[in-house]
Design a protein around this ligand. Structure first.
Ligand code: CA
Length: 241
């Protein structure tokens, strides 16, 4: 892992902010901190951050709003920090554009692992990552077309569907395992998030976001179906080209 990554910590609680900064600095990362969205904006005007640790509850601006703004204008990695179960429910219910999230109080080891996992994903070349043995990079299902090389998805009407990096990686894993039930653990591995805990809802969050973008009726999904208590299965037949 290159040590020159620059991370922005946006967190209004002084103790948490200091803890995050010292944890990341101990790993050799360059760290800047901000206690408000305004301060973070000033910093972002002068630096190119590789990753932002973003507190959901800030005094001057909603973290979800900031995530959407960041995602609209850059490809920076975003890890959302949430503090309560209600926060996670808010996150589940909203389109946020974050790549991952960590619930407070967090285990330092898990936090660092998630940061490193996301930076690793970000450093992967964006093209030709997953060609099959015949060099095919296009997958088709039910009129949809996904190009794994260009990292694009088109709906049956030919419209481009915007996916975040994590959504794309998860959909790729599901499609490559089409017809089989994949556990949350396997899916977390596939998107580079290895530290699974029983309360981890990363995969469920991403699946509900994909369903809203892809399913005719997200409440009665026909593409990504749930295997209760275990994981998810990609149901349509997939062809490669
Ligand atoms: Ca806060």
């Amino acid at each position: 892992m290159p040590k020159d990554h620059h991370i922005l910590v946006l967190e209004d609680e002084p103790a948490t902010r200091a803890l995050l900064a010292s944890l990341l600095e101990a790993e050799g990362f360059r760290v800047s901190t901000a206690e408000s969205a305004g301060q973070a904006n000033d910093l972002a005007g002068h630096h190119n951050f590789d990753l932002v640790l973003l507190d959901l509850n800030l005094p001057d601006e909603d973290g979800l709003y900031i995530a959407r703004e960041l995602r609209a204008k850059s490809d920076v990695g975003i890890i959302m920090l949430t503090s309560r179960k209600e926060d996670i429910d808010r996150v589940v219910g909203l389109e946020m554009g974050a790549d991952d999230y960590v619930t407070k109080p967090f285990f330092p080891r898990e936090l660092v692992a998630r940061v490193k996992g996301l930076l690793r994903r970000l450093s992967m070349p964006r093209t030709a990552r997953r060609l099959d043995a015949d060099g095919h990079q296009v997958r088709r299902f039910d009129g949809w077309e996904m190009d794994l090389g260009k990292r694009s998805l088109q709906d049956p009407a030919g419209r481009e569907v915007n996916l975040t990096r994590a959504e794309f990686d998860l959909l790729t894993a599901l499609i490559e395992g089409a017809g089989r039930v994949l556990s949350r653990d396997q899916l977390l591995d596939a998107i580079g998030s290895q530290y699974w805990t029983p309360v981890d809802r990363t995969i469920d969050v991403l699946v509900s976001r994909l369903r809203r973008k892809m399913e005719l009726d997200p409440k009665a999904p026909a593409i990504i179906v749930t295997s209760h208590g275990y994981g998810y299965k990609f149901a349509p037949a997939v062809t490669s080209a």
